[in-house]
Design a protein around this ligand. Sequence first.
Ligand SMILES: [Zn+2]
Length: 502
Amino acid sequence: MQFLSWLLALSLAFAPRAFAQSDPGSRYGQVPPAAAPSLPAAPLPELGDASSADLTPQQERRLGEAVMREIRRDPQYLDDPEIAEYLNGLGGRLVAATPGARQDFEFFGIRDSSINAFALPGGFIGVHTGLITASDNESEIASVLGHEVAHVTQRHIARQIGIQKQMQIPMMIAMAAALLLGRSRPDLAAGASTAVQAGAVQSQLAFSRDFEREADRLGFQALNGSGFDVRAMAEFFEKMQRYSRLMDSGVVPTYLRSHPVTTERISDAQARTQGMPFRPHVDTLEYHLVRARLRAEAMDPVDAVKTFTAAVNDRRFANEPGARYGLAVSYMRAREYKRAEAEIALLRAGKTDSPMIDTLAARARLGQGDAEGALALLRSALARHPHRRSVLYATLDVLQGLGRFDSVLATVAEPMRLYPREARLYEARARAYAGLGKRLLQHEAQAEVYQLQGNLPGAIEQLQFAQGAGDGNFYELSAVDARLKELRAEHAREMKEGRKPF
Ligand SMILES: [Zn+2]
């Protein structure tokens, strides 16, 4: 399903954002932006030769990274390890069941109430929170993600650009940047983009019907191969069609504009289930918790408390722990921490165990000014769930808040060995060094953040700052020099290689 060609990701700039902005409480769980050096102006990718054939996989990745750098700066980007962990777990199941999925995928949330998901070049897949909150089961979300994964593995974006290559790439990138920057940099966007121009680019880049059909077909296979309920795809299409009849504007315009649910798509999806055994999928606890949390956050806190209280009292829920967790989240947002803790205690009494409950419990402690209590809860959770990075990041945040910078550094050491490509770990390290006043080491760590995000010029600049910091010893300086040499060579290579990378 969806949905969008990659450029429609940029329709972010036009998406309804009432929820995202009217409710500061909805940023619950979000880690404040690192006290890292301010971002350098995002370098526009270099275009290379737009007249040549399809994009190479490397160019696709660079293009995707360039767009991601813009998206990460957008307030609607859900910089939330818990949601990201859930989406990547779910998406990873589908990727594993998709033939030919060789590259890295990164699934991320966008706080937007419309029902949507989109693929960017290079394996970045954005999921609107509205898709999760509107779902009735996990297989519905999986049916959408499977479709998006197929757009990536089939290289539809590169092929699409190949099909209409004349002059398009420079225009698309200019538009991409302008649309995204339009949020925060009206000076740059003024005149560069209008909704009309953007609409023109969007319609030119919408995937062809053949690509959509192929993504539906392969998405269905992935759904089946990863053990989800294959009927969910047709059911979700039908639900979309009902929505589209009900609303002529508001909730689903993006979806309707780009991906009309045709009778053909529905009947194709139904036909594929013919003769397949009925195999219901049991939704994960995490799905119920994530959906409840996002639903609670989409409402005003008082309404959320009322809604979830009624659901729990009248036993109107699909999943009791989900409803109770939603109530606990609602109490948190209403700053009724004791009541949130009472719900958490009931969840635990019912033997519901999830790292999401642990981190919520820690936040309830933090809300009452008890950072030490929060830390103790998180430490114990981390011992039970050593690989849950959402718990790790919550722990690092509390340590940072307590000023225990040395503990931050000690805590990230082992995870950095296990997950050397995780930018957030380097970010934590950079913040800790900033707290310790060690400037060379701070910039050195920040350089790795940028390098991992595909921003070599930004990384090189950080290393130059590190050279000039004046507080490093001989060995530290030598390490910075060596790394700078490496990254400069890598950058030069990229600039030189045949068609220039983005
Ligand atoms: Zn599609």
